[in-house]
Design a protein around this ligand. Structure first.
Ligand code: ZN
Length: 192
């Protein structure tokens, strides 16, 4: 058996401490008690439980790179409402998002050369290795963006106008500021 990493042990130890103080959370119901869902970025600086005041059992949190309204994010939101009763949705992107630092051809070209982690000098991405790549990156919609507020408006609009989204569900757009922890509302497009 291979030796477990330090990170592996940290996660297992942290879980043991959490489970030891689990209290009555084993009695929580499956549907979110407060009836809402958040779609947000996977960025490690964002903690939706803290920035939106959530406890276990309160709300659905759907995360991906950018907090984008991908087909899979919409799949989760539809399940969230249709089967689990959420009635209000939030789309929360954030300042200094990594999704603003590349475009589709950039990451596809990097991956074609190597799957190892690339380096970024503030302007250009480069590969430290030049072997073991794949062309599969050209077949993925990376959903990067250049205009942060517009990316929120686009995703709110896509979710709002999706045929599987009921008209009764409010879809709110926000930008989370990684410098001060504040959520700033983004007004939807006038047409939506
Ligand atoms: Zn991000």
């Amino acid at each position: 058996m291979t030796e477990k990493s330090a990170i592996y042990r940290e996660v297992v130890d942290a879980n043991a401490a959490y489970a030891a103080d689990f209290g009555d959370k084993g009695n929580l119901a499956l549907p979110p008690a407060r009836g809402f869902a958040i779609l947000t970025c996977m960025d490690a600086r964002l903690d939706p439980a803290k920035y939106a005041g959530l406890a276990e059992g309160d709300a659905h949190v759907i995360r991906n790179a950018g907090g984008r309204a991908s087909d899979d994010a919409i799949r989760s939101l539809v399940i969230s409402h249709k089967l689990l009763g959420t009635r209000e949705w939030f789309v929360i992107h954030h300042t200094d998002c990594g999704m603003e630092l590349f475009n589709g051809p950039t990451i596809a070209t990097l991956l074609e050369q190597s799957r190892a982690t690339a380096a970024f000098d503030g302007t250009i991405w480069t590969n430290p290795q030049h072997e073991g790549g794949s062309t599969e990156g050209w077949h993925i919609a990376w959903l990067n963006f250049k205009d942060l507020a517009q990316s929120v408006r686009d995703d709110v609009s896509r979710i709002r106008n999706h045929p599987l989204t009921p008209e009764t569900i409010p879809v709110h757009g926000f930008i989370y500021d990684v410098k001060n922890g504040q959520l700033v509302p983004v007004e939807a497009d006038a047409s939506t």
